[in-house]
Design a protein around this ligand. Structure first.
Ligand SMILES: [Zn+2]
Length: 182
């Protein structure tokens, strides 16, 4: 178990398409899961934010995400969004890879998530709102995609300190709206 350095925007490992985990019970898989947990908890104390961490953020190019929200935690192996609902919403997103920046992105408001746990047991979950956007963000990491790549609208970047001068924290999440057809 160890707290690892969180890779920062510009580090090439953040752009790698991560490998699928084939052995859920291997020592290597367990090590990545434990290090994600320890690193997330330490980073959360430092930055007072954060609900999840993806393996490439600690330098491990494998498809593992650790999520901890309201004292519930999940280690998700090979997570996938298999379906999205009809609505999008706007989110001012953040990331430990650029902790001082907020980025306006558009995410699906509802998502169906499939993953397996560390015992290899498959799970399906219907996610909505903040949990739906969180898993879209984390699974993007596994494909080498960062929130900055998904910036939408005019003026989509703000330093957190500037944003907080002008907005209430509740404004981080917009209302769900039917997705615009292309
Ligand atoms: Zn991130």
């Amino acid at each position: 178990m160890a707290v690892r350095r969180i890779r920062q925007l510009g580090d090439p490992i953040l752009r790698v398409r991560c490998e699928k985990v084939l052995d859920h019970k291997s020592a290597a898989t367990r090590l990545v899961a434990d290090d994600l947990r320890d690193t997330l908890r330490t980073a959360r104390k430092r930055y007072r934010m954060g609900r999840a961490l993806a393996a490439p953020q600690i330098g491990a190019p494998v498809r593992i995400v650790f999520v901890e929200v309201d004292k519930q935690r999940w280690t998700m192996v090979n997570p996938e969004i298999t379906d999205v609902g009809p609505d999008d919403f706007v989110v001012w997103d953040d990331c430990f890879c650029f902790p001082n920046l907020l980025v306006r992105v558009t995410r699906a408001y509802q998502a169906t998530l499939n993953y397996t746990d560390l015992k290899g047991k498959p799970h399906t979950a219907q996610l909505e709102g903040p949990m739906a956007e969180l898993l879209q963000h984390e699974i993007d990491h596994l494909d080498g995609i960062l929130a900055v790549d998904r910036a939408t609208g005019l003026d989509p970047f703000s330093f957190r300190s500037e944003w907080e001068k002008l907005h209430d924290p509740a404004e981080r999440y917009g209302q769900p709206n039917p997705r615009e057809l292309p």
